[in-house]
Design a protein around this ligand. Structure first.
Ligand code: ADP
Ligand code: MG
Length: 264
């Protein structure tokens, strides 16, 4: 059975794209066949996986509008994940989709013929709660919410959880909210931990383990065009490997390992 996971938070800069690329590469290392989907018109995932969005002929845009089957837009990457890339054209998809019946189902329908070929599909949602994110949530079995551990991290979480609830009621009753993933986490400060326990209490939201520590290496990786995890021994890369292990075991039937901020 293929697992489809959406990574969503309407706030930008919380490490959605980094999580999709790193978790995808870590799952490939565990032997999974992985497809990642770039649903952000800015194409950051596409770029970070070594493809220039300006030089692509086919992208998720043509797939969502029905002009191309998904298989014909998928490209390989050096990280071993397959990529359904985005270009700036996707910015226009929102308006085009709005005029169509079943607009929330365009991605789910497009991915259906591909699912047999993959163990895991991970969808990088844009920083909004518009029709593209609704497509991502509608096409998925579960959703993971990266949360930057800073003051006011929780602003917008309530709105996101309401959207997830509406998707569960209207377009995707089977959608499971896996939980929040702490990102840019600084274990040395009590502040990060306080923010986490506040968010998990306030929204009754599971917090996934392990938290992803802040490290300078991620910013460098994107700039140099290097593969996201290959040869990386830093704490951030290791945290994504541990997260991949946790999720892979969970999808195989084990209980999800959650993080207790109090015991950190
Ligand atoms: P989003 O997709 O939510 O907008 P990104 O994944 O693009 O967020 O990350 C935003 C910025 O934070 C990027 O410059 C990225 O390199 C950086 N970043 C992400 N994760 C980490 C980390 N663990 N440590 C340091 N920088 C990070
Ligand atoms: Mg992003």
């Amino acid at each position: 059975m293929t697992t489809v996971l959406a990574v969503a938070n309407q706030k930008g800069g919380v490490a959605k794209t980094t999580t999709v690329a790193s978790l995808g590469a870590a799952l490939v290392a565990l032997g999974h066949k992985v497809l990642v989907v770039d649903l952000d018109p800015q194409g950051c995932l596409t770029f970070s996986l070594g493809h220039n969005p300006d030089r692509l002929d086919a992208s998720v845009h043509e797939v969502l509008t029905g002009d191309l089957v998904a298989k014909d837009a998928v490209i390989p990457t050096e990280d071993g994940v397959d990529l359904l890339p985005a270009t700036i054209d996707l910015a226009g998809a929102e308006a085009l989709l709005l005029m169509r019946p079943g607009r929330e189902f365009a991605l789910k329908r497009a991915l259906a013929p591909l699912l047999d070929e993959y163990d895991t599909v991970i969808i990088d949602c844009p920083p909004s709660l518009g029709v593209l994110t609704l497509n991502g949530l509608t096409a998925s079995q579960s959703v993971l919410v990266p949360l930057q551990c800073e003051t006011l991290a929780h602003r917008g979480v309530g709105q996101l959880l309401r959207t997830v609830g509406e998707v569960q009621q209207i377009t995707n009753p089977d959608l499971v909210l896996l939980g929040a993933l702490p990102t840019l986490y600084d274990a040395r400060t009590t502040h990060s931990r306080d923010v986490l326990s506040d968010v998990s209490d306030r929204y009754d939201l599971p917090v996934l383990s392990p938290p992803i520590p802040r490290t300078v290496r991620f910013a460098e990786a994107t700039a140099s065009g290097a593969t996201v995890l290959a040869g990386r021994k830093n704490k951030g890369a290791q945290a994504y490997r541990d997260l991949a292990d946790n999720l892979a075991k969970h999808w195989a039937g084990s209980e999800l390992i959650t993080f207790s901020a109090g015991s950190a």
